[in-house]
Design a protein around this ligand. Structure first.
Ligand SMILES: [Zn+2]
Length: 66
């Protein structure tokens, strides 16, 4: 039986995240600064800027590889 890769595709995820910025107060999601690079990061998610999670590099970025 086929397994879905993710619940939502990239465009739907970005579309929803664009709506977060329009929210205010309690509905606004938590955004933390990444410990390694300082970029804004959603908690319990891999940092999209440097690819680290929990202090370890999980996803190797192309800039680091080259
Ligand atoms: Zn980072």
């Amino acid at each position: 039986m086929a397994l879905q890769k993710r619940r939502r595709g990239p465009s739907l995820t970005r579309h929803q995240r664009s709506a977060w910025s329009k929210k205010s107060g309690e509905n606004r999601p938590t955004v933390q600064a990444c410990k390694s690079c300082g970029a804004p990061r959603v908690p319990h998610r891999i940092c999209m800027a440097c690819g680290t999670y929990g202090g370890e590099t999980v996803v190797a970025k192309k800039q680091a590889a080259e």
